[in-house]
Design a protein around this ligand. Structure first.
Ligand SMILES: Cc1cc2nc3c(=O)[nH]c(=O)nc-3n(C[C@H](O)[C@H](O)[C@H](O)COP(=O)(O)OP(=O)(O)OC[C@H]3O[C@@H](n4cnc5c(N)ncnc54)[C@H](O)[C@@H]3O)c2cc1C
Length: 391
């Protein structure tokens, strides 16, 4: 496959000159590591101190990486992207909440996005985060094999009920449901719960999708184990495959607590592990559905080649590519132009509540070698192309 991701005309077809300039300015800022560090600290402080910084955040990172403050705001973006064949996953990105009311609010919002997805072809998936439905410590405690107190057990039963409610609704409405992956020390409990949901709701096809974070060296074995279980017990496997967003946190905790890090020894090892998992799933599509969540061009080309080799249709419904809104439009829009299934996560929520998400994006773009540079190079190339076209 030629290097289709270099086509900047297709990549930025929805961006006006002004929007392109704004994106360039933003990535220039994000590329500056000290600035991101200071900016993050100042913003966190300002938000805690209730200083009026929301306007500034909105005009910069928020509008670039988010669809709006509520689900309705997102619909115009959904329609715009859909006009170019790119679908959306509405992602209620409020994080780090610990109260029952907030878990119930996340449940309600997820149910609402399932409704949206059922009604709109341009929204093929709904999504939620395990810790959006229950306290992190509960997942952690269960993962360590500790016994819950009576109150905690009741609290946990409510988490299970929330999972069951959204999965059963997704099944009823025939909407695929992605469940995000988080820190490894809570993930075992989430994995067990998601597997239980797959057993219940993936009998006819993959409705419930778990997430495999391939920066973890144990995940390929885990995938094979789940595959065996699916075959033995008669359910389909849905998996979003990503590299993983919490690497620094994982390594730091492992070092502090003195256990071997769950993360692959190098970037190359993660890349190999990622491609191996995706390859394994593509070889078993009769029992699996795959959501390839990546901004990595090589991994994406490999999947495209394999789709060709296996003679699969590019728009086979068991096979989706996904990127995050505000990043790697060159991959998303060019994939769509070649008729592959592609969806962008479109985060939304009140400005101050989506800050942890935004900070992860800023840090990721600062730390992932080459990624921000690539965005800048592509924008530069498109500006040049437009200038020439004007002449
Ligand atoms: C649609 C979508 C959904 C996502 N959902 C989730 C989710 O549910 N949970 C989650 O954790 N993340 C999620 N992510 C984020 C994802 O995990 C990555 O952080 C991000 O996509 C960058 O990785 P990449 O595959 O795009 O490629 P690249 O930019 O090629 O890879 C960067 C990644 O490689 C790994 N890496 C970097 N350096 C090293 C090293 N020295 N040793 C070992 N590994 C290294 C890290 O995982 C790093 O993030 C999602 C991403 C997308 C696009």
């Amino acid at each position: 496959m030629d290097k289709i991701f270099n086509n900047t005309q297709i990549a930025f077809s929805l961006k006006s000159d002004t929007e392109l300039d704004r994106a360039y300015f933003l990535f220039k800022l994000i590329a500056n590591q000290p600035l991101v560090r200071i900016g993050t600290a100042v913003t966190n402080f300002a938000i805690k101190a209730h200083l009026p910084v929301e306007g500034l955040i909105r005009a910069t990172v928020f509008d670039h990486f988010c669809g709006g403050v509520n689900e309705k705001d997102c619909l115009s973006v959904v329609d715009k992207m859909s006009s170019k064949g790119v679908s959306s996953v509405l992602d209620y990105s409020v994080e780090g909440k610990e109260e029952e009311e907030q878990f119930d609010a996340a449940l309600k919002m997820t149910l609402k996005t399932i409704d949206f997805a059922a009604e709109k072809q341009a929204i093929p998936f709904a999504v939620f985060k395990p810790t959006g439905f229950g306290r992190f410590e509960l997942y952690e405690k269960l993962g360590e094999g500790k016994k819950l107190s009576e109150t905690e057990q009741k609290e946990w039963n409510r988490v299970v009920e929330r999972f069951d409610e959204v999965c059963s609704e997704a099944h009823k409405k025939n909407v695929a449901l992605l469940i995000d992956g988080e820190e490894s020390w809570m993930q075992d409990t989430a994995d067990n719960l998601v597997t239980e949901m797959m057993k219940r709701y993936n009998k006819e096809k993959a409705i419930v999708f778990n997430t495999l974070q391939m920066y973890r060296h144990d995940r390929l074995d885990y995938l094979k184990k789940i595959h065996d279980l699916g075959q033995a017990e008669g359910f389909y496997i849905g998996m979003k495959v990503v590299r993983g967003a919490y690497m620094e946190k994982e390594n730091k905790r492992a070092e502090e607590k003195g256990y071997p890090s769950p993360i692959c020894a190098s970037k190359e090892a993660t890349d190999e592990n990622y491609d191996a998992a995706v390859d394994y799933m593509l070889n078993h599509l009769d029992q699996m559905s795959l959501f390839v969540g990546t901004h990595n061009e090589n991994s994406s080309y490999k999947v495209m080649n394999k789709i060709g080799q296996l003679n699969l249709n590019r728009d086979d419904n068991r096979l989706w590519f996904g990127q995050l809104f505000g990043m790697s439009d060159n991959i998303s829009y060019n994939l769509a132009a070649y008729n592959y299934n592609v969806a962008k996560y479109l985060p939304f929520g009140p400005v101050r509540d989506v800050m942890p998400y935004l900070i992860r994006r800023a840090e990721e773009n600062t730390s992932v070698a080459g990624q921000t540079n690539r965005e800048l190079e592509l924008i530069k190339a498109e500006r040049e192309r437009r200038k020439k076209e004007d002449k």
